[in-house]
Ligand binder design. Structure first.
Ligand code: UT7
Length: 327
């Protein structure tokens, strides 16, 4: 023991599809602009009456099934989200109850689009300590609830979904390590200004649409490419690897042009970067685990493959995980 492996992956995408033509009826945009500038064709929307935790439970069950375990075997739950069911209690605790689990630690982490990457790092550290044998790391987002459907510069990008992994203590080397980082001086370029203690909810904050996501897209675009390249390069250096050693990179899906920019910046073939942005758009923290599950189910990973997951997002936060595929 002493190592941690990914034993199972799962995901859940709500069935309702919002495509670019639907958005043409809502804001001044076009299918052509959205595809050319972002690569997105459609995204999923969580229905009214359902919340982030409902999608997570489905993703968690699917990951448990893939790992061949029952949820009762889970020793801790880490949830990454910026669209929690409520301020408190944590969405992780709500999921714990929905899975019928008791007396295990369950908590949320807030690292925006990098939440899953941060979550895997924390989970691996918890496992290394030896007390826990099986963990659940989930990322789920209802970004449609944070989207301002009068703001064409952001609403066309966002979608809803959930992804999860079951990790297990093992003799085999699987989750090898992570690099995570942040820079809080960029707080204002990607945020939801109201609803917290700085700007509590009021008629004024609602009227000014301050509860929705605000973003300086063009500034972020450059930082995204730079920080994702930095994350991959740092991991390669940490583990004394060459980029040719990596079988597949599973990146955050914010913009197809960003993913291509990272491939170019790394001087790696773009085919080595898994892309599904056309179907789901930007689901914040959920992008990476959903893509990981999809690539796994498509049989794109072989035992022993080295995979890098990489992301960046609000905070700003960024980072990457190095995974040896053991399934
Ligand atoms: O998950 C992490 C956080 N997200 C990101 O990191 C996103 C990073 N940024 C981006 O992906 C891109 O900056 C965007 C997709 C957000 C925007 O693409 P862009 O190529 O940087 O466009 P822009 O903001 O420079 O805007 C170009 C033009 C503007 O018109 P003018 O001023 O040139 O006349 C915008 O008003 O495109 C216009 N525009 C649109 N037009 C049609 C902006 N949004 C739209 C739209 N439909 N939806």
């Amino acid at each position: 023991m002493g190592n941690t492996v990914i034993a199972g992956t799962g995901s859940f995408l709500p069935p309702f599809v919002l495509n670019n033509h639907d958005l043409e009826m809502m804001v001044d945009t076009s299918d052509e602009w959205i595809i050319t500038r972002t690569g997105i064709q459609e995204r999923r929307i969580c229905p009214k009456g359902k919340a982030t935790s409902d999608m997570r439970v489905e993703a968690a069950k699917s990951a448990c099934k893939d790992a061949g375990i029952s949820p009762e075997e889970i020793d801790f739950i880490i949830c990454a989200t910026i669209s929690p069911d409520k301020f408190f209690p944590s969405t992780a605790c709500i999921i714990q109850a929905k899975l019928g689990l008791k007396n295990i630690p369950a908590f949320d982490i807030s690292a925006a689009c990098s939440g899953f990457i941060f979550g895997l790092e924390i989970a691996q550290r918890l496992m290394t300590e030896g007390r826990y044998k099986t963990g659940l790391v989930i990322a789920s987002e209802c970004m449609s609830r944070l989207a301002d459907y009068t703001d064409r510069s952001t609403c066309v990008l966002l979608g809803d979904g959930a992804g999860a992994v079951v990790i297990k203590a093992s003799d085999e080397e699987g989750l090898m390590g992570s690099y995570i980082s942040s820079d809080g001086s960029y707080e204002d370029i990607l945020n939801a200004p109201a609803g917290g203690s700085a700007n509590p909810s009021s008629f004024d904050t609602v009227e000014k649409r301050m509860h929705f996501m605000k973003m300086e897209g063009a500034v972020l675009f450059k930082i995204a490419i730079q920080t994702m390249c930095e994350s991959i390069n740092t991991l390669l250096k940490m583990f004394n690897l060459k980029k040719e050693d990596i079988a597949l990179v599973v990146p955050h899906q914010a913009n197809l042009r960003i993913i291509k920019g990272v491939a170019k910046g790394m001087d790696m073939p773009s085919e080595k970067f898994y892309v599904n942005i056309e179907k789901y758009g930007n689901m914040s923290a959920a992008c990476v685990p959903v893509a990981l599950d999809e690539a796994s189910k498509k049989g794109l990973f072989r035992k022993g493959d080295l995979i890098i997951t990489v992301s960046f997002g609000g905070g700003l936060t960024w980072g990457a995980n190095l995974i040896k595929w053991t399934k």
